[in-house]
Ligand binder design. Sequence first.
Ligand SMILES: Cc1ncc(C[n+]2csc(CCOP(=O)(O)OP(=O)(O)O)c2C)c(N)n1
Ligand SMILES: [Mg+2]
Length: 314
Amino acid sequence: MEPRECYRRMWIIRLFEQKVDQLFGEGELRGTSHLCVGQEASAVGACAALRPDDYATSTHRGHGHFLAKGGDPRRLMAELFGKETGYSRGRGGSQHMACYAIGFLGSNGITGGGIPIATGAALAVQRRGGDQVVVCFFGDGASNQGVFHESLNMASLWKLPVIYLCENNLYAMSTPVQKAISVPNVADRAAAYNIPGVVVDGNDFFAVCAAVDEAAARARRGEGPTLIECKTYRMVGHSKSDRRVYRTREEEAEWQARDPIPRFRDALLAAGHLTPEEAERIPDEAAREIEESVEFAKRSPVLPIEAALEGVYA
Ligand SMILES: Cc1ncc(C[n+]2csc(CCOP(=O)(O)OP(=O)(O)O)c2C)c(N)n1
Ligand SMILES: [Mg+2]
């Protein structure tokens, strides 16, 4: 993906999430949502290293992964509004949306739920003789689920083309990683499955992209999975109701200074991939696109009540 487009997608994600937060505050959206503000570099950095026909699985914090993979913010917003024009026809909402046309195999409300799905998708690719890869996004908390360990074992044995990408944002809800994980790095767990384990600065677009690029090449060569750990931080609460009493404002300020978007912008400016004018214009255009997505969602017809169970299988 071209650097300017990556910068644009990072802004689309940031502004989408901030708009969702505002809409909840105004009572326009109901339920809950998990925002990925601060984690844009891992989503876009990973997808930038993929081909359009590669796959991704996601989590409860999935808007960024979806938009990074090429999802349309208008149809994502419509999904959150419960409209038929949404990606899951308004029935799935934030945590149950998928779009096979862009290789997005679903956000997932079950912690770790995407991990066996990604592993199965990689098995399907292998059985079909294809050369796509599957990127599996999950959190540090999810790496404590049994299915994580079962999946890595199987993927290693069968050399499946899957990239396990852990977004370690230091907390699983209010639980800090050092109270929940027995090794210093999630990536250290790769050793138990005889696969490469790589730690990268998850707020550095280039570091993430390079690691995924290498893992994808390895997977396409038939050499199997890689576990990549992106050290990052969610700059906002876990979900709507979180008052963030388990962490300090000082810690938040430290991570604010490592905000992935200005870092990426400065690197692009320094390398001449972006002009100062573009650096300003792109976020303005992204903000307009997000406003349009809200208008699109609001304007889309409300589902008739008789249709509410159509396409719902559980
Ligand atoms: C099987 C299961 N157990 C518990 C929950 C409740 N829950 C929702 S998010 C979450 C924490 C997930 O932490 P992590 O994997 O680090 O992702 P993050 O929220 O930090 O992005 C938990 C425990 C759940 N959704 N599913
Ligand atoms: Mg976490």
